[in-house]
Design a protein around this ligand. Structure first.
Ligand SMILES: NC(=O)c1ccc[n+]([C@@H]2O[C@H](COP(=O)([O-])OP(=O)(O)OC[C@H]3O[C@@H](n4cnc5c(N)ncnc54)[C@H](OP(=O)(O)O)[C@@H]3O)[C@@H](O)[C@H]2O)c1
Length: 303
């Protein structure tokens, strides 16, 4: 029986430590960290993610603003809103929920967020810093994955890590983090995508396999190495008549069959998802410290 990596439990520890730090910041300096989340349109999954972020802010004591914007908004109007949030003293972190509707120039919107308030590391300036190993507020999902591994005792150092998926949100930044010459990284990283040949050969050689492709139960037991560690990032809705909502959420890994072969595996839900939110809270707190003179860059709160 393999070890189930409990993202809920680990994220709760992080959130509890943050709650204490937020309360101390308020008491000592009368400062409250603030996060603005911008949601354009009515994508049901995005709505769920935004409400989870709002709830986490309330639990920890972080001030939050939710900006619900009409689907038909123009790029210019959206950039205007971001610029006003850049100036707001109450707001230390800005998160634009992706994906954006097709008529919006996503790049323009992302580049309008002040790099110091860019709490999901989307701005090209921060993406560049991440790649060269300069201190940065790391992207939430990849940072959550690294934290999940480290807090569960699976240091990627020296290991062969295979990542499935090369998106700008998960695969590529995760590659950037894990290949760094740094504590908790130093991995040998292989990045796979839809054009990768000999996929099974590569996944079967992974000490740590991380699946982020958005294909329900794609990773089967014959694709993983015995006693490896598997992290499932996938969040896929599949029809399920027995479920109250008519669907259930499954990962990119065939959990039931893979779990019997590996040393450890993260479940969906309850694995990477809660870690992403905990990292967003941590980045918002750190952004607040940065903007109010509370810490030097690189001197991260590392709870
Ligand atoms: N839990 C969380 O907090 C969280 C956060 C973000 C994302 N997610 C989930 O993670 C999954 C991936 O999200 P994303 O935004 O990274 O996805 P994405 O932008 O859709 O990218 C998917 C990646 O997977 C690759 N891919 C697709 N089919 C493949 C196949 N058969 N073999 C190998 N590679 C394949 C694609 O290759 P090409 O580049 O060649 O097209 C692409 O690089 C989704 O289920 C998403 O919901 C979860």
């Amino acid at each position: 029986m393999s070890f189930i990596i409990d993202g809920k439990k680990i994220s709760l520890q992080i959130k509890n430590e943050l709650r204490a730090a937020v309360s101390a910041l308020k008491k000592d300096r009368n400062i409250i960290p603030g996060l603005a989340v911008v949601l354009v349109g009515s994508n049901p999954a995005s709505k769920v993610y935004v409400s989870m972020k709002e709830k986490a802010c309330a639990e920890i004591g972080i001030y939050s603003e939710k900006h619900l914007i009409d689907e038909a908004v123009s790029t210019e109007k959206l950039v205007e809103l971001i610029k006003s949030l850049n100036k707001s003293e109450k707001i230390h972190g800005i998160l634009v929920q992706l994906p954006l509707p097709k008529q919006i120039k996503a790049e323009k919107v992302i580049e309008s967020v002040s790099p110091s308030k860019d709490v999901d590391c989307f701005h090209p300036y921060n993406v560049g810093r991440l790649l060269i190993g300069s201190p940065v507020m790391p992207p939430c999902t990849p940072a959550g994955i690294q934290e999940l591994l480290l807090k569960s005792g699976f240091n990627p150092e020296g290991r062969h890590v295979v990542i499935l998926g090369r998106s700008n949100i998960v695969g590529k930044p995760l590659f950037s983090i894990l290949c760094q010459k740094a504590i908790g990284a130093n991995a040998t990283v292989t990045l796979c995508h839809s054009r990768t040949e000999n996929m099974k050969e590569l996944t079967s050689s992974a000490d740590i396999l991380i699946a982020a492709i958005g294909k329900p139960q794609f990773v089967k037991a014959d694709m993983v190495k015995i006693d490896s560690v598997v992290i499932d990032v996938g969040t896929n809705r599949v029809n399920d008549k027995t479920a109250e909502k008519g669907y259930k959420i499954v990962g990119d890994v065939d959990f039931e069959n893979v779990k019997n072969k590996v040393k450890a595996i993260s479940p969906v839900p309850g694995g990477v998802g809660p870690m992403t939110i905990a990292m967003l809270m941590k980045n918002t707190f750190n952004a607040c410290l940065d903007q109010t003179g509370g810490r030097n860059r690189g001197d991260m709160y590392n709870g």
